[in-house]
Ligand binder design. Structure first.
Ligand code: 1GP
Length: 259
């Protein structure tokens, strides 16, 4: 008799996100766009992330003009134990040197390519990479001006004040079996996502909730955590001022303590 015992792959990064939610802890992720960083600068960045207790490094961008994704990740990992998660803007942004990959489905949009098409094309490459894959319901929210993601996705973002649409979209993603939710106003967004929208989504879904786009100040990061975000992502503002890494990280972790 053949008894099939399913082999569950360990999923340490996903488990760490679930633990955050369960334990009401908050995490801070620094987003690095490989097109905007020089490989030699990564050592300094890694040092700052280590010293500031950054929880995750997200790596990716809407475009990929440079060809040094692998190098960036390898260099970061040789200077830090912080998990690197790919946040890909296109199917080509897969690197086996990362720890995990957000397998993003743009559930706020109506572009079939970004709901399933790109996934079909990239599936064999992703599978062969051996990466931990985190199925992600990705919601783009209007950040007050067109962002690269809103333009490139060829799909309208959810209006910033339509909390009910964001909630129903998030609920649909959860019931479809996504593992995490990512609310994004887009990199460099003029207006970050409102706390009322974050609260509505967080209170009515159980998935780890990642929030980013246009966050420039520690106070906003803190308020987003209080509203129910589990992970705060900052990229653009840090590119302009590296000292924000420590400031925002400590605000995010402060919220963990006070919850
Ligand atoms: C964008 O959520 C990220 O996809 C981060 O946005 O670059 O504006 O911080 P910023």
């Amino acid at each position: 008799m053949n008894i099939f015992v399913p082999f569950m792959m360990p999923r340490p990064v996903y488990q760490s996100l679930v633990n955050l939610r369960q334990n009401q802890q908050k995490a801070f992720a620094v987003l690095v766009d490989p097109d905007k960083v020089n490989v030699p600068d990564i050592q300094k960045l890694a040092g700052l992330c280590n010293d500031s207790a950054v929880d995750y490094l997200f790596m990716g961008g809407s475009l990929m003009i440079s060809q040094h994704l692998d190098k960036c990740i390898k260099h970061f990992k040789s200077n830090s134990d912080i998990p690197v998660i790919l946040f890909p803007g296109s199917p080509s942004q897969v690197s086996r040197y990362a720890d995990a990959l957000f397998y993003l489905s743009l559930i706020s949009g109506r572009n079939p390519e970004l709901l399933i098409g790109a996934h079909v094309v990239s599936a064999p490459m992703v599978k062969a990479s051996g990466l931990e894959v985190i199925s992600t319901g990705y919601l783009v929210i209007d950040g007050g001006a067109p962002t690269t993601v809103s333009y490139m996705s060829n799909s309208a973002p959810i209006p910033h004040d339509k909390n009910d649409i964001a909630l129903c979209t998030a609920m649909a993603g959860e019931m479809q079996g996504k593992h995490v939710l990512y609310l994004d106003a887009g990199s460099g967004a003029k207006n970050p996502i409102s706390e009322s929208m974050i609260q509505k989504v967080s209170e009515n879904t159980d998935l780890p909730l990642i929030v980013g786009g246009g966050i420039r100040e520690a106070e906003k990061a803190y308020l987003n955590c209080k509203a129910g975000a589990d992970v705060i992502v900052v990229g653009n503002a840090i590119e302009k001022d590296l000292s924000l890494i420590k400031e925002i990280s400590s605000a995010v972790h402060q919220c963990s303590i006070q919850v």
